[in-house]
Design a protein around this ligand. Structure first.
Ligand code: MG
Length: 287
């Protein structure tokens, strides 16, 4: 395991998780939560250092603006543009790779609004002409929409995307079901088509984040409490930092047989990183 200070010497850009990392919550995206002690100060220190950052949640029910606003109300100094959800990432990917496609979204505003903002032809209730199905978190699953999605995939050969592919969300206060993954796997069971993931730790999101943070030359740290952030760091060729305020436990890391699936650095809390943030260095490449 690498010591914290040495590991952070060259880091000048950050990807930071929300649930169980910045915020202790029982609902995805930091909703109804409270800041983890020292997390607000950590974000302020990153801001003061001049480093670029993206705060990335696998939540998809609300828009990035809504989630970012909730974090601002808790005291976090974050702009809408610095906040990425699995929903906004999915919308951006679909708009870029399926130009002109009609998209069936089993999702809330967190995907439907970003798709519409990108001028994607989006429907929420019929399979007619649909060549892409995207599944995000939903509060109520309408069986007619589930049926339409199955028909689009099975009959039209529509591509099937999902925001995340884990059974549970961990927010530091227990866990909740990932309705996106559960719904997508229902469609997969019916159609035999496995969903493609577009949130953490997908290669699509990894490429987007690295591009937004300045490209290949930038030294990036990915901070989070779950295996998804470790895997994302590997996809991004970034430093993986695990915090113990959410899903991850020191025992699980010690027991892990596959070192590629464990963080490079482990700290009790994101607050433990604040004093080790390197100052902005004009000799290093920046965004
Ligand atoms: Mg988390």
């Amino acid at each position: 395991m690498t010591p914290v200070s040495g590991a952070l010497n060259m880091v000048d850009a950050w990807v930071i998780d929300v649930d169980g990392c910045l915020v202790s919550t029982s609902r995805a995206g930091g909703q109804g939560g409270t800041p983890i002690p020292g997390a607000v100060e950590f974000i302020r220190a990153v801001r003061d250092s001049g480093h670029a950052m993206r705060v990335v949640t696998n939540a998809s029910a609300c828009t990035p603006h809504r989630y970012a606003q909730q974090l601002r109300e808790m005291g976090f100094d974050l702009s809408d543009d610095e906040f990425i959800t699995a929903g906004s990432a999915a919308a951006a990917y679909i708009a870029a790779t399926h130009a002109g496609a009609r998209v069936l979204a089993i999702a809330e505003e967190g995907i439907v609004e970003p798709l519409a903002a990108l001028d994607v032809d989006v429907t929420v209730d019929d399979a007619e002409g649909v060549s892409v199905v995207v599944v995000g978190a939903v509060d109520i699953l309408d069986m007619s929409r589930l049926g339409a999605a199955c028909h689009a995939v099975a009959d039209n050969g529509a591509a099937l995307y999902v925001t995340v592919n884990t059974p549970w969300f961990h927010g530091g206060r227990g866990r909740s079901v990932c309705t996106s993954a559960a719904t997508a796997h229902a469609i997969a069971w019916v159609t035999g088509v496995e969903p493609v993931v577009l949130g953490k730790p997908s290669d699509a999101l990894a490429a987007t984040l690295r591009r937004q943070l300045g490209g290949d030359a930038v030294a990036i740290a990915v901070v989070g409490d779950a295996p998804a952030e470790v895997a994302l760091a590997r996809e991004m060729d970034a430093l993986s930092i695990g915090v113990l305020t959410g899903a991850l436990t020191r025992k699980a890391v010690a027991d892990a047989s596959d070192r590629t699936r464990t963080p490079d650095v482990i700290v009790d809390s994101i607050a433990d990183l604040t004093d080790h943030i390197a100052p902005a260095d004009s000799t290093r490449p920046h965004v």
